[in-house]
Design a protein around this ligand. Sequence first.
Ligand code: NAP
Length: 509
Amino acid sequence: MICVSIGRGRHRHMIHEYRHLVEHQAELVELRLDYIIGPVSLKRLLAEKKSKVIVTCRRPEDGGKWTGTEEARATLLRHAIAMGVDYVDLEEDLATQIPRFGSTQRIISHHDFNKTPDNLDQIHDRLSALDADIVKITTMANSPRDNVRMLRMVRDAKIPTVGMCMGEIGTSSRILVGKFGAPFTYATFHHERALAPGQLSYHDMRHIYRYDQIDRNTEVYGVIADPIGHSLSPIIHNACFDHFGMNRVYVPLRIPREELDQFMDDARELGIRGISVTIPHKEAVIRKLHKVHGAVRSINAANTVVFNGEGTVGYNTDYHAAMQCVDLAMSTDPSDQPLSGRKALLLGAGGVAKSIAFGLTRRGADVVITNRTAERAEQLASDFECHTIPWTRRHAVKPDLIINATPIGMHPNVDETPFDKHYLQPGMVVFDTVYNPESTLLLKDAFQKNCKVVTGVEMFVRQAAHQFQLFTNQEAPMELMRETLKRTTGAVKIQRKNNDESESPDHAD
Ligand code: NAP
């Protein structure tokens, strides 16, 4: 069950949000009385009660906004109990002053906005002893390990316990707490109005993470990154799990660089069966793998890890996806050296460029690398026997294929392009790895100059589809992935004017 917390300054706004939630099947709503400015009318707030309700009134030291006296706060909560609300939330000190009455259940809560204390079990024991029906402990996660300790506590608790970590590092614990036996989790009415750091919205908790279907047997997948930003991978993979009715969930995992090893050691305890790996972990994760597949060793980067019975296996699906896009666009067959005699200009020398440089040289292409930082281009060129050209002279190359492996043109800098339109020639293949937006300025220019274009959306979908197959042994629903990604990024489909009109416009051509 998802408990949606609402806190508004005016009664009518609170009532309006409550109505909206009930219309959207919310089963449990927390009314944060401390947000109301001026005298609180419980009678008004509860007049249209159609779901279970938790009444909470927090002091500033517990993360609330209450400005009245402690006596007035206790009176308000006693009043809620007398009115027979389903639950009241009482902090430790208040719980000793307010006795059980009627059918109202007692949530005894503890908050720590700075850290996840070492003595979680002791705190839990203390709260449990206060005639608790439910124990709620919410603490700040400063390390992914805090999530593990918190969820372990929830799993081992003798009475129903909601234990979650706050902050971006803690977000996954809010989703996974269901797997570890919590009676419910907390979400916010709207993602822009989180009442605690790292809270997810009711919509995302319900429709992206399908929280209500999570149980002890749910297999866990996720993306590890730092920063985690607004990773699109959870949206895509969860949509696919939902499509097949799989008891699996895919969560965002912010893992700081120095915490990677510990996280990899803890992953199985969280129920993790597979992860997508992104910046800054693609190289470092290799040292924690028991086995690597194909290109991982040569590229020295893995973007996918599968946890199986034998250990951890690493893959590089970026490489596969990028090469599939190139093969489709250039009508080449990967079995021979199809790009022999063809020149490719690679813009960028970061992680993605590395996979692409490896793939193109394997296909026999003459690869010229150009990068803002020349030394990085030179290093990459020496790894894979490519050439380099200074970034300022990149337009001097006359390539058959141009690949943008920099973030230039990515939202919000959509008016930027890494390659001047003037130098694009008809028949060139232009592949932009940027996928947000799909229709970058580089691709718009290329389209106008009658180049063949390949979008970053196509690459993103293909790398995610490979991951899905590795995670599930099942073919990915690629069309669903494309649609989900485009809907999410609001990407505008490029109108192609290809030589082959019959080819699907969503495919590389
Ligand atoms: P990365 O390792 O950080 O490398 C970024 C590269 O872009 C570096 O070569 C960097 O040059 C260059 N760069 C960054 N900002 C620049 C600027 N303003 N002007 C010129 N060059 C600039 O990142 P990555 O993992 O390779 O990712 C690169 C891009 O690939 C991402 O932004 C994303 O759009 C795209 N991508 C697409 C997919 C997909 O599936 N479609 C997957 C992953 C990534 P310096 O060396 O000088 O810093």
